[in-house]
Design a protein around this ligand. Sequence first.
Ligand code: RB5
Length: 146
Amino acid sequence: MKIAIGSDHAGYDYRRMLISHLEAAGHEIIDCGCEEKVSCDYPVYGRKAARLVKSGACERGVVICGTGFGISLAANRLEGIRCVNCTDVLTVRMARLHNNANMIALGARVIGEDTAKLLVDTFLETPHEGGRHGIRVALIDSLPKE
Ligand code: RB5
């Protein structure tokens, strides 16, 4: 799968770790930065990754900051992006099955490295259920900006 990945400085090490993990599993990664582990602005990197998912250049996106909050809020500003900030396997599974989440946000200061790998694997492996859930997701995407 082609995956966009981005982080700020707080997520830098986790991003490097996840890139190795995902490449070893055969995924193609587009790395959206940040370039260095120095203080930077998470909206820049959330947007870069989200743009690749929105355009269809990447099927999914993974973004990381300290909590996962800021970078998910930024990604969700783009139309068609459904980015969820998760800390456990159940919510990742449900976000795929019911919400067809196309991006996941992780908090490097919140979860451990092994949990991050497990959550990303779950995010990539779990299908969307479709049916009534698909109708609701389409409804989300059709909501006008107010
Ligand atoms: C950076 O210190 C931190 O604010 C950022 O990584 C993120 O947690 C914001 O939501």
